[in-house]
Design a protein around this ligand. Sequence first.
Ligand SMILES: O=P([O-])([O-])O[C@@H]1[C@H](O)[C@H](O)[C@@H](O)[C@H](O)[C@H]1O
Ligand SMILES: [Mg+2]
Ligand SMILES: [Mg+2]
Length: 284
Amino acid sequence: MSDLWQNAMDHAVAIARKSGELVREALRDDRKVMTKSSSIDLVTKTDQKVEQLIIQSVREKFPSHRFIGEESVAAGETCDLTDTPTWIIDPIDGTTNFVHAFPFVAVSIGFYVNKQSEFAVVFSCLEDKMFTARRGGGAFCNGEPLQVSDQEDVRQSIIATEFGSNRDVEAVDKIFSSLRNILCLPVQGVRSAGTAAINMCLVASGCVEAYYEIGVHVWDVAAASLIVSEAGGVLMDVDGGAVDLMSRRIIAANNRTIAENLVKEIESFSPTRDDTPPPQVNHY
Ligand SMILES: O=P([O-])([O-])O[C@@H]1[C@H](O)[C@H](O)[C@@H](O)[C@H](O)[C@H]1O
Ligand SMILES: [Mg+2]
Ligand SMILES: [Mg+2]
């Protein structure tokens, strides 16, 4: 039987590759930086250009599809996931890395229908690694199948996490307290690639056992979630419940045992959800 979404997935791979070329060129010539919610929440013209490139090209081919894009939401678009086919785009995951030429930067494209992930593309464009997954069809890197690590012992694991862009002291204290608990289990190592999508692809590749973060956004994790689950991994909320992509909290792990070990050590908190409507402005 032919795959209903094959065309769309082929387009996602092609446009992610083209976007990656744009990112690589910009890395050489143009990394002028602007800020969004705070002085450490960075955006560049390249983030905006890449998002426009992806949305325009998809719109031409699939005019009825919808979008959730990081830079469109920053510009005031809503962040609602409906049953309509929806492309969830992070044009540059790892903007801070991009600005500093720290060599991990990804273009992330998730595709959801009836709120279910159908396919995913994460292009780690400086490593030239194209991660893909199709629901029920497995996960791949440059065409090679991916499989999570089979490690069951958290003490023999590497855990990835990030510090995000929240510098609120209470949140930072909780982030450090969780990190301290996990380091002292002890685990064999803690790593940060500087991009949520690549951290999750490292889980899918079996290089790290798990990744967790509080403060991510839906566009950071929408694609890589399918790549992790199709590589045999699990997704969990930091409190141990089912993951909710709009909640800005995630554990992506090789198996439930490792994920549940992390749940015990993480001091959870709840950032403002991605699907919270912006405050109403009254024009009297
Ligand atoms: O802003 P951006 O570079 O697309 O995405 C960020 C990166 O994935 C970072 O590693 C993570 O810690 C943040 O939570 C994300 O928002
Ligand atoms: Mg991101
Ligand atoms: Mg981004």
